[in-house]
Ligand binder design. Structure first.
Ligand SMILES: Cc1cc2nc3c(=O)[nH]c(=O)nc-3n(C[C@H](O)[C@H](O)[C@H](O)COP(=O)(O)O)c2cc1C
Length: 234
């Protein structure tokens, strides 16, 4: 009887010990599987986040280059330069609207001898320059003008004409083969026939329809600018 009880207790003990050993193995295996799963999930999430980042980077690049590619070319219109003369800032404002819309480069034409800020004196000086057909020397030089395909050319109307400094610009550079898009600001005279003066100066260039903005409307001219840009293919 005693022997039977002892044998039973030993058998129970063996079963319990075996059960503990199997249990420990099971837990440790599960832990390994769990940690493998965790590593796999981590790797996958890293890969996904890398892909997402790459995609985001691509979108950002595409957005940066929506208008321009790496050569600064504006889609379908080659390389663009906005060049302008402006004494009191009106034409400069329109030039900046154009530049913001189409990209490319922008350059302000400046005379070696600056024009006076006295309005009445300026009227006299500008009239005299026009009557004598002078070419005021420019301090602005554009060494890489050959690289551009389209030139937006902006100026105020002075005495029903382009300021003579703009004639100096047209004399200095051969714009053959390029497209010139003229834009002006004025007190009300409009383009004053200046696009055909540009055609006379640059007979081998293509001169587009011009844009004319009244000086009092310059601040609110962004829509007109964009409308004109789309009319001429931008
Ligand atoms: C010397 C001079 C002559 C001008 N002649 C005319 C003109 O013939 N017709 C006109 O509508 N506005 C004329 N204006 C007004 C300017 O064209 C207008 O204010 C222009 O927007 C100025 O541009 P800016 O600020 O870029 O210099 C003249 C202005 C000046 C200073």
């Amino acid at each position: 009887m005693n022997k039977k009880i002892i044998a039973l207790i030993v058998a129970i003990l063996i079963i319990v010990v075996l059960g503990i050993i199997v249990g420990i193995n099971f837990v440790s295996n599960n832990n390994e599987v769990a940690s493998q799963n965790q590593t796999q999930m981590q790797n996958q999430s890293n890969r996904e986040s890398q892909t997402n980042n790459q995609e985001l980077g691509q979108i950002a690049n595409n957005e940066t280059n929506a208008n321009e590619n790496q050569n600064n070319e504006v889609a379908g219109n080659g390389k663009v330069l906005v060049v302008y003369f402006s004494h009191t800032g009106n034409t400069e404002t329109v030039a900046n609207f154009i530049h913001e819309a189409v990209g490319g480069d922008i350059v302000k034409l400046e005379a070696v001898e600056p024009y006076t800020d006295n309005y009445n004196d300026l009227l006299d000086i500008a009239q005299e320059e026009r009557n004598e057909n002078v070419r005021p020397e420019l301090s602005t030089h554009i060494d890489n003008i050959d690289e551009y395909d389209t030139i937006f050319l902006g100026y105020p109307i002075w005495w029903g004409d382009m300021p003579m400094a703009v004639y100096t610009f047209l004399d200095e550079y051969d714009l053959s083969g390029k497209t010139i898009a003229p834009f002006v600001t004025s007190g009300g005279s409009g383009l004053s026939g200046t696009p055909s003066d540009i055609e006379d100066e640059e007979p081998n260039a293509t001169v587009t329809e011009g844009l004319s903005i009244r000086d009092s409307n310059v601040r609110n001219s962004q829509n007109s600018v964009e409308q004109w840009l789309s009319q001429i293919g931008f």
